[in-house]
Write a protein that binds this ligand. Structure first.
Ligand SMILES: Nc1ncnc2c1ncn2[C@@H]1O[C@H](COP(=O)(O)OP(=O)(O)OP(=O)(O)O)[C@@H](O)[C@H]1O
Ligand SMILES: [Mg+2]
Length: 352
């Protein structure tokens, strides 16, 4: 029993392959398995066919043969010809199958390869994001360690340290959310809620944050009182969008948040008059870890995850999220939520 299990484990690891380009090797091995199985089947089928045809001809042959030897020669030649033709057909079948097997094996493994590469990229991006605040923290502490204790402003040092720790906590929170989303373990639970009030609450909450940037937040809203939403998640999506609008606005500007809702659903608009997003960057704004290269606000330290999480949440409500932006003129994010309650949570595959 243990022998058999070991054999199957070794067989499975051989089929899957390992090493540098494990997917090319696995494709070849899978193709070899397909081909091997087909060869066995074709050989068995051909043998049965050959033997039954040969027996039939030998026992049923009748005709005007001059001698028994002539009849025997006829039988042998016919059976040989049948065997030769079966072999020829088998060779043709196996050549075609070997090509098909490779293509099929490649196709079978393609999604696995895609997921594997995306996961590798995700881990490498995540590590990179966490390295920046860690490097800053380490440098701050090393400099402080070498400084004259009398001249050290310990409160200032702690504040800067706490700021970096806060940044890391936010990144880790977002990463955990994304990994739960990928594992289908971030369920949305819907209940009827007043969307306009919820958005107004977010606007209130973000006013203190906006003060730090010298930015105002205005709100207008109303309409049908309730829609089926996951209030906590929707609030998180809105905070991400409003935070972006605040962070990318010049000092003295106003971020406008407007909600219009009716029987069919709600439309939430978050408008800023900031730097805008270039045409080149716009299609990538919802991608994980993406930050506009030309963004002058980059130093403020986002990790490029906020919009991808917001998109997943909105799409989990069967809603849509869209960005209209013109460089130098500002950005408007439009979220549309339908009034129908989603029957199940949408998977986040498309968000990557
Ligand atoms: N309102 C906006 N104005 C200008 N650029 C924006 C705006 N919103 C998003 N962007 C651009 O899109 C990028 C992606 O936004 P996203 O919210 O996903 O990441 P982030 O804000 O950089 O980091 P995080 O939200 O994870 O802290 C931003 O880095 C920025 O370049
Ligand atoms: Mg953001």
């Amino acid at each position: 029993m243990a022998e058999a299990t070991r054999f199957w484990k070794r067989f499975a690891s051989w089929v899957t392959g390992s090493g540098r380009d494990q997917f090319s090797r696995a494709s070849l091995r899978l193709a070899a398995v397909y081909l091997g199985l087909t060869t066995v089947l074709v050989a068995a089928f051909s043998l049965v066919l050959y033997l039954s045809l040969a027996r039939n001809i030998e026992s049923n042959v009748e005709g005007d043969f001059e001698t028994e030897a002539a009849q025997a020669r006829f039988v042998t030649e016919t059976v040989d010809a049948i065997g030769y033709n079966i072999l020829l057909a088998d060779a043709g079948i196996l050549i075609v199958v070997s090509g098909l097997a490779y293509v099929l094996a490649h196709r079978t493994l393609r999604p696995v390869r895609g997921n594997f590469e995306a996961q590798q990229q995700f881990v490498s991006n995540a590590s990179h994001e966490l390295r920046t605040p860690l490097t800053i923290l380490r440098t701050e502490f090393e400099v402080a360690r070498r400084a004259d204790p009398a001249s050290l402003d310990i409160l200032d040092l702690l504040d800067r340290g706490l700021e970096e720790i806060g940044r890391m906590s936010r990144i880790v929170d977002d990463l955990l959310t994304l990994s739960r989303i990928d594992a289908d373990q971030e369920p949305l639970s819907f209940s009827e809620d007043d969307v306009a009030a919820l958005v107004e609450h977010v606007a209130e909450r973000m006013r203190t944050y906006a003060d730090g940037y010298g930015v105002q937040v205005s709100f207008t809203g109303g309409g049908v009182p309730t829609l089926p939403v996951d209030a906590d998640h929707l609030e998180r999506a809105l905070v991400n969008v409003v935070k972006n609008a605040i962070e990318h606005s010049p000092s003295g500007a106003t971020v406008r948040i407007d909600v219009v809702s009716d029987q069919r659903g709600a439309r939430i608009e978050v408008r800023d008059s900031g730097e805008g997003i270039s045409e080149e960057d716009l299609p990538h704004a919802f991608e994980r870890f993406y930050r506009a290269k030309a963004s002058t606000f980059r130093a403020r330290g986002g990790s490029g995850l906020g919009l991808s999480i917001a998109k997943w949440i909105v799409e989990g409500h069967r809603g849509t999220i869209r960005i209209d932006s013109a460089e130098g003129q500002g950005t408007t994010v439009v979220i549309a939520l339908p009034a129908t309650r989603p029957s199940r949570v949408l998977h986040a595959g498309a968000v990557r």
